[in-house]
Design a protein around this ligand. Structure first.
Ligand code: ZN
Length: 159
């Protein structure tokens, strides 16, 4: 069965950025289970997986536009420390939770002042060129319930 829209796909992946400062892997944990064609994974990876089947292995280079987007300088903001959720000891590079008008959001600390912090709300991988190594483990039809929810269910999925 080939990967196309509305198939539930199980993959193992390893991802790293161009300069090697970041890497992450599903190996040793649960594989990723997602519903294809619904934006659950980055666009470039979804594109590369189209037409693949169980047992296929692929290496994909993904530009920021097809990954987590460009780094937006406007997403760097000065925020009062009292708006942080359980800030603890604030250090540069730490990920913190923030109460914003649009709910709780994660951000990375760029600079710590006495009453304010400069926070980067960009995705940590925004602006990065990513290298993915992916193995397709399984491809199956989605259930009507999964299609209604717009995501995969079961082991490694939602619920
Ligand atoms: Zn659901």
């Amino acid at each position: 069965m080939q990967i196309e829209r509305d198939k539930v796909v199980t993959i193992n992946y390893r991802v790293s950025d161009g300069d090697g400062t970041f890497s992450e892997s599903s190996e040793g944990g649960d594989p990723v289970v997602y519903l294809h064609g619904h934006g659950s994974i980055v666009p470039g990876l979804e594109k590369a997986l189209l037409g693949k089947q169980a047992g296929d292995e692929l290496s994909v280079e993904i530009a920021p536009e097809d990954g987590y987007g460009r780094h937006d300088p406007g997403a760097v903001q000065r925020v009062p420390i009292k708006h942080l959720i359980r800030p603890g000891k604030l250090t540069v590079g730490k990920t913190v939770g923030v109460n914003t008008d649009s709910g709780h959001r994660g951000a990375i600390v760029l600079k710590v002042g006495r009453f304010n912090v400069d926070l980067d709300f960009n995705h940590p991988l925004a602006g990065k060129h990513l290298h993915f190594d992916v193995t397709v483990l399984d491809v199956r039809d989605a259930s009507p319930e999964e299609l209604a929810h717009g995501h995969a269910h079961g082991p490694g999925g939602h619920h």
